[in-house]
Ligand binder design. Structure first.
Ligand SMILES: Nc1ncnc2c1ncn2[C@@H]1O[C@H](COP(=O)(O)OP(=O)(O)OP(=O)(O)O)[C@@H](O)[C@H]1O
Ligand SMILES: [Mg+2]
Length: 311
């Protein structure tokens, strides 16, 4: 991978309006080093719209996108040679084989990458199935073919919109092991959207959270989770304890997280304060502990809901 002093991706004040919907209010993202970056957000937050603006499928209403220092609007063709994209519903010609589809795609983007086709099919586990017509592919096989097509041009930047959606456990494991290899052995920068917090925690260096068309967090998981901690109470009768906690104004986000477990947020209040308070309220408690937030906790704290579809 060639070295450049420019960030591989700079999104500056990006806005996108669809008639009366302000899908992106102001998006600023700067990716300077190779790595695996997560782009998280509830349904409708603006992830796919951002990706489409980055790869010139949508015209922004304001702001700009630079890939490797190249402005996507003014020098689209050159900028697009640096980026590979995988959307969650990749479109292929059904009557052509996987390999033939990649030939069509290669001729369109850069005939020089025809030589990479068989290697990319092998890489995504479609070595033999490459000869089959795409009409006979399962959803997961189409996802894998989408991944192969995104890697065809040997891109520095790879955008992946939910890369493991619809894959079987073996496919998920393949993609999870492939991404760090693409980033750290081959020096690529991967920005992926995902709804799977475990996946993001496992493979991503940095997490960018988008909510209602704006960036609400950007940092490593350690940075994001150190902003707030959680108190967890283990008990036999959560109902009484929840009632007692609701009487305190310095306690928020009280939720039952298991049959005998409650979580809450209480900045500036120690677990021993909570313990003393509950004993004073005649509540039976087994244990009160302080915990670092998980990515899921961070996500719900910042986006304020369990997502439009309750995921
Ligand atoms: N072509 C379009 N015309 C009108 N509104 C659109 C269009 N595309 C997206 N939107 C709106 O823009 C907002 C952001 O949508 P987007 O698809 O970017 O969300 P997302 O974060 O990718 O969500 P999901 O997790 O469901 O994939 C939504 O309110 C959506 O309804
Ligand atoms: Mg989307």
């Amino acid at each position: 991978m060639s070295k450049s002093t420019e960030p591989i991706l700079a999104i500056e004040g990006l806005r996108k309006e669809f008639r009366r919907i302000m899908a992106l209010k102001k998006i600023d993202v700067c990716l300077e080093k190779p790595g695996v970056y997560a782009f998280l957000g509830p349904n409708g937050a603006g992830k796919t719209t951002t990706f489409k603006c980055v790869c010139a499928l949508l015209k922004p209403s304001g702001g700009r996108v630079l890939i490797d220092g190249i402005d996507v609007r003014s020098d689209t063709k050159k900028a697009m040679t640096r980026v590979g994209v995988q959307f969650d519903e990749p479109a292929f010609y059904p009557y052509l084989s996987g390999s033939e589809n990649l030939h069509v795609f290669a001729k369109w983007i850069d005939p020089g990458c025809v030589g990479r086709i068989s290697g990319m099919l092998e890489l995504v586990g479609l070595g033999r199935a490459g000869k089959k017509r795409v009409a006979e592919y399962s959803w997961g096989m189409k996802q894998r073919l989408g991944l192969a097509s995104s890697l065809l041009s040997d891109p520095k930047l790879i955008l992946m919109d939910e890369p493991t959606s619809g894959l079987d456990p073996a496919g998920i494991a393949d993609v999870r092991s492939l991404l760090p290899k693409l980033a750290y052995e081959e020096g690529r920068t991967i920005l992926l959207s995902s709804h799977r917090m475990d996946e993001v925690e496992q493979i991503c260096d940095r997490v960018i959270i988008i909510h209602q068309g704006g960036i609400v967090a950007d940092g490593t998981l350690a940075e994001l989770s150190s902003e707030a901690r959680i108190i967890e109470i283990h008990c036999t009768r959560p109902v009484n304890i929840i009632e007692a906690l609701r009487r305190r104004t310095d306690v928020s986000r009280i939720k039952q997280t298991g049959a005998q477990k409650i979580q809450l947020s209480a900045p500036g209040v120690s677990s021993s304060d909570i313990n003393r308070y509950l004993v004073g309220e005649n509540c039976d408690i087994d244990q009160v502990i302080e915990k670092q937030e998980t990515l899921e906790d961070v996500f719900f704290r910042l986006t304020g809901s369990a997502g439009a579809d309750g995921e």
